[in-house]
Design a protein around this ligand. Structure first.
Ligand code: BES
Ligand code: ZN
Ligand code: ZN
Length: 488
């Protein structure tokens, strides 16, 4: 989708204006003031109240030169933020896509024409234009896409940079969604590594890919134990961004769980819904997508992404419950459940990140089903061994419009992680499953300041939203990028 700043509305297929609940805000004028008699009429009809995300299409109303005018509800103006703006732009795109509309314009009233809101509008439109239809053979699918979005605002020139930033971020998030959407037969660990490598080459990032031999030499027994049941070999993808002039001595590591398919292994998952487990590399996709954006926005802090990628398969050589593996850290782990594989591959990646100079680590992982029980589908679960780092990340997530909620890491929870035969088991008991998973990771992250994001319940939309397709959400990309750009 082409993004521009324009005031030439005659050519667009649909012009959108945001109007608020009557009495809360003056309505935005679509075109020169005084010509929006259509709004009064529309409100009087009762078909439009201004409720958030409500949308009505008018054809060539008086004083509007575009073919269609889409009136979208902004709710109560006082609570309007970039979260609503992102969704409003998304609602607009998904309302008109597939209806012969190729070019749209979104008019921003003066008070809403801020850089943050303009960037959010661009992000929302691009994210909404994405569909998980790569493997559909419908020759018309591309015709449904919107080709161009013009942001219409009085101070348009002042918004140019923000609009470009919004485009870059949304493209990174859509790249992550493309990767997540790939099924397990198409996106093996080798293919994920190749995708990361070509992105890095295109963006000027350094890229190193460790193969099985390299990981054996290093002693990544936990990662390799998970991988051994699959004929698709594992990799550890390392992507490096180095600023020209680093602002300090901090070095941020982004770590993402890259299980290209999770059958559960010998502790096999039930068949119902197992197809969704192609998304078990959503943390990896968030890290790789964020690196694509970071390479372009060029924050002042060095950042390295570490992406362990494996397939958790059932096979003659698959690891068994009871197996004991030696991690890169030297700690031994008793694998009580082969389905708790994410923490095993992350354990070695965290140790490797620390050894390679990370001063701060943030990981994203579709780690536990239990996080959906704890938080539902609206908040990412956040865990830390360092409150200052988590506070920084929560602030970044707030600015990026991604919801996160901190869960406790009290020492008592560690008592759930007891193994008779090794240093640690890879599962806790029945209770606090997301917390024991995080505690397991903490054993490898300590003492480096670290945040763990459990995105198992937020990385995939089981149902479409009016502003977003069903399928991968790309959660994490925007927070990672904002954390990097706002780092001080
Ligand atoms: N990839 C899953 C997490 C998951 C499970 C995401 C269900 C979405 C829905 C992870 O590898 C896993 O299987 N975790 C187990 C851990 C358990 C064995 C302690 C889980 O959550 O059931
Ligand atoms: Zn699993
Ligand atoms: Zn998994």
């Amino acid at each position: 989708m082409k993004i521009s700043i324009s005031n030439d509305l005659a050519a667009v297929d649909a012009l959108a204006v945001i109007c608020f609940e009557a009495g809360d805000q003056p309505a935005a004028d679509a075109e020169p003031a005084g010509q929006n008699g259509w709004l009064a009429e529309l409100r009087a009809s009762g078909e439009f109240t201004g409720k958030l995300y409500e949308a009505v299409t008018l054809y060539r109303p008086q004083g509007v030169s575009a073919k269609r005018l889409i009136v979208i509800g902004g709710g109560k103006g006082g609570t309007f933020s970039q979260i609503e703006m992102r969704r409003i732009a998304g609602v607009l795109v998904r309302l008109v896509r597939g209806k012969g509309v190729k070019s749209i314009a979104l008019s921003l009233d003066e008070q809403y024409a801020t850089p943050e809101l303009a960037a959010a509008a661009v992000e929302g439109a691009l994210l909404a234009n994405w569909e998980p239809d790569r493997y559909k053979s419908d020759p018309k699918k591309d015709e449904k896409r919107i080709d161009s979005l013009a942001v219409v605002a009085g101070n348009a020139a002042a918004l140019a940079k923000a609009i470009e930033r919004g485009r870059t971020i949304a493209e990174g998030q859509n790249f992550a969604r493309d990767l997540i959407n790939e099924p397990g037969n198409k996106l093996t660990p080798a293919v994920l590594a190749e995708q990361a490598r070509s992105m890095a080459a295109a963006q000027g990032l350094a890229c190193e890919i460790l193969d099985r031999d390299a990981m054996e030499t290093l002693g990544m027994g936990a990662l390799l134990g998970v991988a051994q049941g699959s004929t698709n070999p594992p990799f550890l993808i390392v992507l490096k961004y180095r600023p020209e002039k680093p602002a300090g001595s901090d070095h941020l590591a982004l770590v993402g769980k890259g299980v290209t398919f999770d059958t559960g292994g010998v502790s096999i998952k039930s068949a119902d819904g197992m197809e969704k487990m192609k998304y078990d590399m959503a943390g990896a996709a968030a890290a790789i997508g964020a690196m694509q954006v970071i390479a372009q926005l060029k924050p002042a802090i060095p950042i390295t992404a570490y992406v362990p990628t494996v397939e958790n398969a059932v096979g003659g050589n698959a690891q068994r419950p009871g197996d004991i593996v030696t991690t890169l850290s030297g700690k031994t782990v008793e694998v009580l459940n082969t389905d708790a594989e994410g923490r095993l591959i992350l354990a070695d990646a965290l140790t490797y990140a620390k050894r390679n100079g990370a001063t701060h680590i943030v990981d994203a992982a579709t780690l536990t089903g239990a996080i959906a029980i704890a938080l539902g589908h609206y908040n990412v679960g956040a865990f830390t061994n360092n409150q200052a780092l988590l506070d920084k990340l929560l602030k970044a997530a707030g600015s990026a419009g991604e919801k996160m909620w901190q869960l406790p890491m009290d020492d008592e929870y560690k008592d759930y992680l007891k193994s008779v035969f090794a240093d640690l088991p890879n599962i806790g008991g029945r209770y606090g499953g997301s917390i024991t998973a995080a505690w397991f990771l903490k054993e490898f992250a300590d003492p480096t300041p670290w945040v763990h994001l459990d995105i198992a319940s937020t990385a995939w939309l089981d149902d479409p939203k009016p502003w977003l397709a069903k399928g991968p959400s790309g959660v994490g990309v925007r927070s990672f990028v904002e954390l990097a750009c706002a780092w001080t």
